[in-house]
Design a protein around this ligand. Structure first.
Ligand code: TRP
Length: 337
């Protein structure tokens, strides 16, 4: 048993990621790089949230492989099961019971005000109740571990606020049990898609997967949108509005950054050249991920074993919390005898 995880002085962290299969550049820069960093400083629980993924157009035929692929991605970018706990949400059914308990305190009005709900519900003729209740399950994911901090993107801050409200309301009604977790939002800012879209995502096809080889990385980055006002190769560019430049900042070789900036401003380096440098840097950063993925794929039983021990560690804590919650809510009826 790992000593770090047993260390009570470390703050507990939980975060979740959808089982989309292979992680892409945006997931990596916007979330996972921070998850990897945090495993050395916090008692981290990372969940592959398949119960959330069954909402909407999730395909049941591919969900199992997307779940396992996500686990392989998490391990390949550097999450170390000796340092953190990686598990699949549906392996810990206690989340769902706590989620029902939270359904009894969360106001419908608050749920209807969630931006993500408003955006997503507009796409349905008949809105599934789970879409409205999605943030309640998210609150349960977090609070069942009594996590104090949650690394999330900007778009999830509102769900974290709701989680805090739920914790506060529940505690006020039934007695102190849950902390009010804080959101830790990485300072990378918004990561725009390679096509300039405000979101980088796999479904929009404007990103590159972390297991991509050189050719694939280049074919993604080659077409990336740069400063739209820079038309000719020797026009001076504006790095501050160029998405390729912000990616250089986030993932490029930091030793070359100031040269790239100066040359862009002076119009002495063309965009294609600049993208080549970025592409090579991305390929270099991704190379160890590909190697690790190969290693895990050749020993899939190891991955399954790691998810089992993750489940066991998570479940133990989840059961303890749920036991207390049941007591406080009067559901432990046998205790009167
Ligand atoms: N809603 C999150 C997303 O779509 C995923 C998620 C589910 C999550 N449960 C969580 C994130 C708990 C943080 C904590 O990105």
């Amino acid at each position: 048993m790992n000593k770090r995880i047993e260390d009570k002085s470390r703050k507990r962290v939980l975060s979740g990621i959808q089982p989309t299969g292979e992680v892409h550049l945006g997931n990596y820069l916007g979330a996972l790089r921070q998850w990897v960093e945090m495993q050395d400083h916090y008692d981290c629980f990372y969940s592959i949230v398949d119960q959330h993924a069954i909402l909407g157009d999730g395909d049941p035929a591919t969900l199992p492989s997307r779940t396992v692929e996500m686990a392989i991605s998490l391990l390949s970018v550097g999450l170390d099961p000796e340092k953190c706990t990686i598990f699949v949400q549906s392996d810990v059914p206690e989340h769902l019971e706590l989620s029902w308990m939270f359904n009894t305190v969360a106001p419908v009005g608050d749920l209807e005000r969630m931006t993500q709900y408003k955006d997503k519900s507009a796409r349905y003729d008949s809105i599934p109740a789970g879409l409205l209740n999605y943030p309640i399950l998210q609150a349960a994911d977090i609070l069942i571990y009594r996590a104090e901090a949650v690394p999330v993107g900007e778009d999830q801050k509102q769900h974290l606020e709701l989680t805090r409200d739920i914790a506060r309301k529940w505690n006020a009604r039934y007695g102190e049990l849950f902390p009010e977790p804080e959101a830790i939002v990485p300072s990378v800012g918004r990561i725009r898609g390679l096509d300039g879209n405000k979101k980088m995502s796999k479904s929009l096809g404007n990103t590159v997967g972390i297991f991509s080889e050189q050719e694939e990385v280049w074919s993604g980055i080659r077409t990336a949108v740069t400063d739209p006002q820079r038309i000719r190769k020797d026009d001076p560019g504006r790095p501050e509005v160029c998405n390729v430049f912000s990616l250089h900042r986030l993932i490029g070789d930091q030793g070359k950054i100031s040269d790239i900036e100066i040359q862009c401003l002076a119009g002495s380096r063309g965009c294609v050249d600049c993208k080549k440098i970025l592409s090579d840097d991305v390929v270099n950063q991704f190379a160890p991920f590909r190697e690790k993925a190969e290693y895990y794929r050749s020993d899939i039983n190891q991955v399954l074993g790691l998810l089992e021990s993750g489940r066991d560690k998570a479940r133990k804590i989840a059961r303890d919390t749920l036991k207390e919650a049941r007591q406080k809510m009067g559901l432990d009826w046998r205790s009167i005898f």
